[in-house]
Design a protein around this ligand. Structure first.
Ligand code: NOJ
Length: 979
């Protein structure tokens, strides 16, 4: 048997005991966080606390076009230190506030935004700043209802709508940018601690200057807490640059709910970390980390960080993005039920905060993704089912697993290979003993349009017989130790390893060339793969087994002389970005790449998919995975999923079945398992479990048109693929904390995956609207009311998933069971027309070749289906299909605004024979007298009348089934149902 060395040995202990909390810092173990929290404690204890930061009114300089301004800022505790403030409003109303130290000893890291943002945004030319005695302000927006006020003393930035405060920076005076200083100057008392002999008297006269030196202790505290060095476990961080942390409070005085800042295993509606009834004691942490057996309910940091937060109320949604790449802790409070506070404490970086004025969730998504990019439109196959495990151990193993899926008629699109495919974990290089024929094996998988995904981790084994490492060394592109010259060495799967510095532009073309599948002479290329092989980027936090907090020493040096601490949270995104570019560079023209990442940052959504890492096979992890996927979705990163089955452990059949129920409603749907677990591919299950999972997978495949259409929308508008209740019903207060049920795109499908052991029933909340919700499986119609919504209880036996169609929706599906999604390309469609309470409905369908970028040149089909009453009093309905692309070419596809659309493009022609094979109309009030194509031809149909329930509050809806109307999915048509 092969000896698999593994640090991740599965322990038969309860999950809570296995989490190695001692490996990761809490706020109190982290110098800068202690300092930040202490600042906040002093502020709240002192009634006269006032921010020492103020704008020098005489320094205001408006840009020549008057659209932005810069100003000098000073701090009364350090009058010699200079800061500059830059405030601008973008074309779409987003406000950017930057503050940096001027002429300091060195530069604070100021590049986080440049990695996250698509481009430098355009500053609005419509905005006119008004400089007043106490501050600068600007009123803008189509209705002139938005105002930004920058108060001079103390410095405070407020965004208002209709005079109501939405977002306030430095409301509580916690803004503090520690300036660079030297040990010597501190020792001489020129700065830092200056405690008066008589002690501190902070309440009475906070800003008095004593003698020659500013009295700073009231503000920065009485001790130099971890300014120059910090020890954690056996690691010492030498902190050669001294203190440079950044603290800022960002409050939402009129918003009672905050969401976002993934990734944490918590509820979506973020619980508090401050205040008397704080739910958690530690702040939310953003520090990308490989957390072993993470807890299912905790604010500890996980693998990725998106410093983007929504604040929501029934009146409006706003958001902020704090473009910082260093270790960051965030305290959240709700001083009242209707207000929220946040306090951001970062180890390094400049203040660079974007304020999104909303006022709806959809506006916020548009504003945020205009800045950082919309999710890339994935290849269609990537929405199918992914079968992974650590590891499929040989080519034969892969072939056998594929064969078993086919024998059992279980659909699957992708087979994955984890690290053991490689020789000594030298990624790209196959272990020939077990994988003697990699290209043939991949081609066997690709034969019916399936794909293989192979892992490529960022640690490079330090051995000169590994060409990738050798070339990287020669190019001088490896991350350096703190001395800035020696290549850093750490320990990972491959033993002694080095890491490419992807911040170094010198690494970019080289990395892109590695994935080429044709030989490039001396230069390494991956001839043992195919151009369609997907890539899995794991361990890119980076995970380093012998490093502090299982990662890279903070004093390591990257390109440009920046310390690792400055950009730690961005690091993983660059690896993902470059790998995704590399995958595209394999063909000309490029194909859509598929690259999965574990680590991520704001903007990662442009490069592929993410998953929530090493979850445990527990019910709690299954449930929190749903919330984490929602949190990523509302933070711009839609293509998200959790390991189905749980990475660690051996789920019992009931748990595995339920986890598939979660997976089929995740944007990214992959089963994965740790190397020490028992095999658990669905074909291994006994009946009835196997049959249930097969049916679930078939449901996912039937709904691929819905998922793909949702992804199109996300790729254009930034609206998430899975949408929590507050996004769809922003005024329905009852739903603001809901995170265990959600909507799939704009389709009108509402699902509540079952994540409770032994469940036979579930309650589902139906939104506060006068609407009917149809049970997807039995057509039962539930009525909700506009006043308070409705909680319903539905059957949720093991084979059941509570799934509803909102009245007013039309759902396109493909119902023929197939072995993989490419085989469905010519399959006919079923349209489920779920009539609203007023007898209408609409839906969309987007199709393209699913693998190239030809859609950006107009090769696609985007249809709208509508159902309306032919006349006001009619009990019938007219169902029609029209060309949405022709109506709105500029809004049809990602990244290009087409001016025209040709409905007879080659792709549309290619699928011209694809039919609508069935139309199901739910909720028709009376039996039709005729069902005809508009031209007059009678169609085949059956009608089952509805059955009212005894309480008359619902009942089974009437169902009209129109069979084989012989209509093209690409065609304009209309059907008249007369009743
Ligand atoms: C850690 C990843 O999170 C897990 O999914 C993977 O199987 C192992 N690394 C081995 O590559």
């Amino acid at each position: 048997m092969r000896a698999f060395r593994s640090l991740l040995v599965l322990a038969a202990v309860p999950a809570a005991l296995a989490f190695k909390s001692q490996d990761f810092k809490t706020c109190s173990q982290s110098g800068f966080c202690r300092r930040g929290r202490a600042l906040s404690a002093r502020a709240s204890e002192s009634p006269s606390w006032r921010s020492p930061y103020s704008v020098d009114a005489s320094s205001i300089a408006l840009s020549s076009d008057q659209a932005s301004f810069i100003a000098a800022v000073k701090s009364s505790i350090y009058p010699d230190v200079k800061f500059s403030l830059d405030v601008r409003i973008h074309d779409d109303g987003v406000v950017r506030v930057r503050m940096d130290e001027v002429d300091g000893l060195r530069k604070h890291y100021d590049e986080a935004a440049s990695w996250a943002l698509l481009d430098e945004p355009k500053v609005s030319q419509q905005v006119q700043w008004k400089v007043g005695k106490d501050g600068v302000s600007a009123v803008y927006g189509a209705k002139k209802d938005v105002e930004v006020k920058v108060a001079f003393e103390p410095l405070k930035v407020t965004l208002l709508r209709n005079g109501k405060e939405q977002v306030v920076l430095n409301n509580r005076g916690l803004l503090h940018m520690e300036h660079f200083r030297t040990k010597e100057s501190v020792a001489k008392g020129k700065e830092g601690i200056a405690v008066p002999e008589e002690g501190l008297d902070i309440d009475d006269d906070a800003q008095v200057v004593l003698g020659a030196h500013p009295r700073t202790a009231w503000f920065e505290g009485e001790q130099e807490d971890s300014w120059w060095e910090e020890t954690f476990n056996s690691f010492t961080d030498p902190k050669p640059r001294g203190p440079e942390s950044l603290s800022v409070d960002i409050d939402f005085p009129n918003h009672g709910h905050v969401y976002g800042i993934p990734q944490h295993a918590t509820r979506l509606d973020l619980p508090t970390t401050t205040g008397e009834n704080a739910h958690y004691s530690d702040p939310y942490r953003l520090y990308n980390a490989d957390v072993f057996e993470y807890l299912a309910d905790s604010t500890t940091s996980l693998y990725g960080s998106i410093p983007f937060m929504h604040a929501h109320s029934a009146d409006s949604t706003v958001a902020i993005f704090n473009a910082v790449g260093s270790d960051t802790f965030i305290d959240i409070g709700h001083p009242t039920a209707k207000s929220s506070t946040s306090h951001w404490i970062s180890e390094t970086g400049i203040l660079d905060v974007f304020i999104f004025p909303g006022p709806t969730p959809a506006d916020v998504f548009a504003q945020y993704t205009r800045l950082t990019g919309t999710p890339a439109l994935p290849a269609h196959w990537a929405l199918g089912y992914h079968q992974c495990r650590w590891n499929y151990v040989s080519s034969d193993d892969v072939r056998t697993v594929q064969k078993r899926f086919d024998e059992e008629d279980i659909p699957v699109d992708v087979f994955w290979l984890d690290i053991e495919y490689s020789e000594e974990h030298k990624y790209f290089i196959w272990d020939r003993k077990h994988f003697p024929d990699p290209v043939d094996m991949i081609k066997d998988v690709e034969a019916i349009g399936r794909h293989m995904v192979v892992i490529v981790d960022p640690h490079l084994k330090r051995t000169n017989d590994y060409p990738v490492y050798k070339q990287a060394t020669e190019l001088g592109i490896l991350v350096k130790k703190g001395d800035g010259t020696t290549d850093y060495e750490g320990w990972c799967w491959s033993g002694s390893s080095a890491w490419v510095d992807f911040f170094n532009p010198g690494s970019w073309d080289w990395w892109k060339s590695l994935f080429k599948t044709e030989s490039q002479g001396e230069q390494w290329s991956w001839v043992d793969s195919t151009v369609d092989t997907g890539i899995w980027n794991d361990m890119n936090e980076p995970s380093i087994f012998n490093g502090p907090e299982i990662s890279m020493p903070r004093e390591n040096i990257h390109y440009g002389g920046w310390e690792h601490r400055d950009l730690h949270n961005i690091n993983g995104m660059l690896f993902h970005n470059l790998t995704s570019q590399a995958a595209m560079a394999r063909t000309d023209p490029p194909k859509r790449p598929f690259v999965l990442t574990r680590s991520f940052y704001a903007g990662s959504q442009r490069f592929g998919a993410m998953w929530t890492g090493d979850n445990l096979g527990t019910w709690e992890h299954m449930a929190v995975g749903v919330k984490m996927v929602l949190a990523n979705n509302i933070a711009g990163f839609s293509f998200a999923g959790s390991d189905v089955g749980g990475f660690f452990g051996n789920p019992e059949p009931e748990m595995l079945v339920r986890w598939y129920g979660v997976g089929i409603f995740s944007p990214f749907f992959r089963a994965h398992a740790h190397i020490d677990t028992k095999r658990r591919e669905p074909f291994l299950l006994d009946e009835p479990y196997k049959g249930i999972v097969r049916d679930m997978l078939r449901l996912r495949y039937a709904m691929l048109p819905v998922w793909y259409t949702a992804f199109r929308e996300a790729s254009v508008t930034g609206l998430p693929v899975v949408r929590p209740h507050f996004v769809v019903f922003p005024q329905d207060e009852n739903g603001f904390s809901l995170d265990d049920q959600f909507f799939v795109g704009g389709s009108g499908l509402l699902v509540k995956p079952v994540t409770r052991k032994g469940a036979t029933e579930e309650t589902v909340y139906l939104p506060a609207e006068d609407q009917v919700y149809y049970d997807y499986f039995n057509d039962y119609a539930y009525r909700s009311t506009s006043s308070k919504g409705k909680e319903i209880t539905v059957s949720a036996e093991l084979h059941q998933i509570p799934l509803f169609i909102r009245g007013g929706s039309i759902i396109p599906t493909r119902e023929r069971p197939r072995r993989s999604s490419p085989l469905m390309k010519r399959d006919p469609f079923t349209l489920r027309v779920a009539l609203s309470s007023d007898g209408s409905a609409r839906g969309e369908l987007y199709l393209d070749d699913g693998e190239t970028f030809s859609h950006q040149q107009g090769q696609f089909v985007w249809r709208e289906f509508a159902a309306e009453k032919p006349t006001k009093k009619s009990k019938g309905v007219r169902i029609s299909s029209r060309d949405l692309a022709a109506q709105k070419p500029a809004e049809a596809v990602d990244h290009v605004a087409l001016t025209t659309y040709d409905s007879s493009n080659a792709f549309a022609k290619d699928i011209a024979d694809v039919r609508v094979e069935k139309i199901v109309v739910l909720g028709l009030p009376a039996k039709p007298s005729s069902v005809t194509i508009e031209s007059g031809k009678e169609l085949r149909w059956t009608y089952t009348p509805g059955v009212a329930s005894s309480d008359k509050k619902g009942g089974t809806a009437s169902v009209l089934v129109i069979r084989d109307p012989k209509l093209a999915i690409t065609g304009d048509w209309s059907i008249l149902v007369q009743a």
